[in-house]
Design a protein around this ligand. Structure first.
Ligand code: C5P
Length: 223
């Protein structure tokens, strides 16, 4: 048990929470939890092992046992993500892995299996926890809860740009459809649906630059 402070940053994909959370963690010198990467790793492991994406008990067993490491050379860069000693940094970022992640994330026993792994990131001097249910389920005692959002269209555009930079070519209209489907699945599942915690501060980033969002969040932290 640790009393290191936690700030949760939840929201739908493309709301900017990944970029902003990482910047915030670097700015404060705190640890960073990319909980979406954990769900993506569990999904990739299931796909690699031909486990059906609805085989809840098998996926939950694997979620408990897989060896996952986030290896950082430089805190400003995205870490290399290792699954059972293999570098899967690029593999987990594909749209198909994101979709598979949102399917395994709807399975309550899989969420349960990842709970302690996520809480283990709460270490001194503090933690920025990025996800969907950080403020509602994983860190209900967090000192500050932020919920970032943006319109579906703006989120699709951002995703499109990100993927293009990584050399992945997907049509914008396919992304809008994917995002809408994923929002629906993440928001309507029974266990830990995507929704702001009661006390969360909601920030709509649709027309805000990254710098403006950072200024806003830093002002919330020092309040
Ligand atoms: O954030 P990212 O797009 O990497 O997350 C992939 C998927 O994992 C999300 O669409 C969501 O279904 C799931 N997820 C979740 N709870 C979290 C983080 C991610 O259900 N805390």
């Amino acid at each position: 048990m640790t009393d290191a402070p936690v700030i949760t940053v939840d929201g739908p994909s493309g709301s900017g929470k990944g970029t902003i959370s990482r910047l915030l963690a670097n700015h404060l010198g705190w640890n960073f939890l990319d909980s979406g990467a954990l769900y993506r790793l569990v999904a990739l492991d299931a796909l690699n092992n031909d486990i059906g994406l609805s085989d809840e008990s098998m996926i939950a067993d694997h979620a408990r046992q897989i060896d996952v490491r986030f290896v950082s050379q430089n805190p400003m860069d995205e870490p290399s993500i290792m699954l059972n000693n293999e570098d899967v940094t690029a593999d987990i970022r594909t749209e198909s892995c994101g979709n598979a992640a949102s399917k395994v994330a709807a399975l309550p026993r899989v969420r349960e299996a990842l709970l302690q792994r996520q809480r283990d990131f709460q270490q001194s001097p503090g933690l920025i926890a990025d996800g969907r249910d950080m403020g509602t389920t994983v860190f209900p005692e967090a000192k500050l809860k932020i919920f970032l959002t943006a319109s579906a269209e703006e989120r699709a555009k951002r995703r499109h740009k990100q993927l293009k930079e990584k050399g992945i070519d997907v049509s914008l209209s396919a992304l809008v459809k994917d995002i809408a489907e994923r929002d629906e699945r993440d928001g309507s599942r029974e266990t830990s649906p995507l929704k702001p915690a009661k006390e969360a501060v909601i920030v709509d980033t649709s027309i805000m630059s990254i710098d403006t969002v950072m200024d806003k969040l830093l002002s919330l932290i020092t309040d």
